[in-house]
Design a protein around this ligand. Structure first.
Ligand SMILES: NC(=O)C1=CN([C@@H]2O[C@H](COP(=O)(O)OP(=O)(O)OC[C@H]3O[C@@H](n4cnc5c(N)ncnc54)[C@H](O)[C@@H]3O)[C@@H](O)[C@H]2O)C=CC1
Ligand SMILES: O=C(O)C(=O)[C@H](O)COP(=O)(O)O
Length: 382
């Protein structure tokens, strides 16, 4: 089998070499002739799989993306050519949910919202939306869900419409970018929805830039009663309009899903799907390539405490992931030149809560232990 894989797929060579003739490519220099005689193409979201790229793909049997989003793949084209495709659905859901929680904790610390009295509106209750629900459940933060396709498919969780979502203190978007079908998401947050928001609300977009009408967003953000904005994704990446970066309170270069676990899970899922398709028994496991866990001594508060204090939680959670760090780095880099792609490619190693083993005192209450476990931490005795 001849397999071509994007060089940003972590451990690509380790995983794919055993499947056949596996070669890495750089998305910025990939040419249509590079796909001649290739059986399997493994990409991340930066490779646009379209008619131009596939013009000389004479042997291609399937395309796999090691990402959750699939809008970079022209599925109609693949179907017309009888080429299969699949994704790594859910690989980075926890990473994005932790990104959102970090934004919430920063906003709480800065007095922009109060997590003690806050309702989160989640648009898109798939892998990411559900992972976010788990974190909010652990902290007893109420939320509403809006996902008409899932609702129509019989999802039993209570759902609301966009009107209710727009009344929440925080609105967090987790839908795919789609133009067609019954529930298109292109510019689903437009002038009308933006007009409904006020300065006490926060809007978070960590799905795809095109889900918000960026022109309408910039106009709305220029008004004095604008909501607090957190952006991980932009229109027209990587050639983004820096006005959107300026308008955002926190901004990051599309790295919400870039925990090391999220990225390697993507590789693992694609590897297993290729094995399945070609009748190969998989031998590789995620645990063998993940870095070692971190060990942290954590003092969760006084004996008898039954709830983590927000300040304590912030202190702990920012050890795992502090969105402000990425925001500062992004702004500094972009002030010199457009380094959007380079920042993503060279992104630091970021771990998820599950990579942290917290040693807590024996008196730590069951309720606090449950909160910490609910966030994904592993607990050990002091
Ligand atoms: N910033 C980043 O690094 C990342 C971004 N993403 C983006 O987030 C999106 C969601 O990721 P997952 O949760 O893993 O995907 P998913 O497919 O598991 O969930 C998406 C959910 O959105 C719902 N949906 C579709 N159209 C809708 C509409 N018009 N209104 C409300 N809900 C709608 C679907 O029914 C589905 O339940 C991905 O498609 C991707 O574009 C995903 C991972 C990382
Ligand atoms: O999985 C998705 O969808 C994402 O948005 C990924 O985080 C994109 O990461 P890259 O493919 O651009 O590395």
């Amino acid at each position: 089998m001849k397999l071509l894989f994007e060089d940003s797929i972590p451990f690509g060579q380790v995983y794919f070499a055993e499947l056949g003739d596996a070669q890495a490519y750089n998305w910025q220099t990939l040419q249509p002739q590079d796909l001649k005689d290739v059986d399997v193409l493994a990409v991340r979201s930066t490779t646009r799989v379209n008619s131009e790229l596939l013009a000389q793909a004479n042997a291609l049997q399937c395309v796999f993306t090691a990402t959750a989003g699939t809008n970079h793949i022209d599925k109609t084209l693949l179907q017309s050519k009888n080429i299969g495709w699949d994704s790594a659905a859910g690989c980075n859901a926890v990473s994005v949910a932790e990104y959102v929680l970090s934004a919430l904790l920063r906003a709480d610390g800065d007095g922009k919202i109060s997590l003690a009295a806050c309702k989160v509106g989640i648009v898109g209750a798939g892998h990411v939306g559900t992972a976010l629900c788990r974190l909010l459940d652990a902290l007893e933060i109420p939320y509403l869900l809006c996902d008409p396709p899932l609702q129509a498919a019989g999802d039993v969780r209570p759902m609301v419409g966009m009107e209710e979502i727009l009344k929440c203190d925080v609105i967090s978007l987790h839908v795919p970018f789609t133009r067609l079908g019954e529930y298109p998401t292109a510019a689903m947050i437009g002038a009308h929805e933006l007009a409904a928001l006020n300065r006490n609300q926060m809007l978070i977009n960590a799905c795809r830039g095109e889900v918000i009408d960026e022109r309408a967003l910039l106009e709305r953000m220029a008004r004095p009663d604008a909501p607090t904005l957190v952006l991980d994704v932009f229109d027209n990446e990587p050639e983004i309009d820096t006005a959107a970066l300026q308008a955002a309170w926190l901004a990051t270069p599309h790295i919400a899903g870039h925990s090391i676990e999220g990225k390697i899970r993507g590789t693992q899922i694609v590897y297993e799907k290729i094995c399945h398709r070609f009748g190969i028994a998989p031998t590789r496991e995620l645990a063998s390539v993940l870095p070692d866990d971190h060990h942290v001594d954590f003092e969760p508060g006084s004996p008898g405490a039954t709830r983590l204090e927000w300040a304590k939680l912030r202190e702990l959670f920012f050890l795992v992931y502090d969105i402000q760090h990425d925001d500062r780095h992004f702004r500094q880099a972009m002030a010199k030149s457009n380094q959007f792609s380079a920042l993503r490619k060279e992104y630091r190693i970021r771990r998820e809560c599950s990579a942290f083993r917290l040693s807590v005192p024996g008196y730590t209450s069951e309720a606090i232990r449950a909160q910490l476990c609910g966030l994904g931490f592993h607990l050990t005795a002091k």
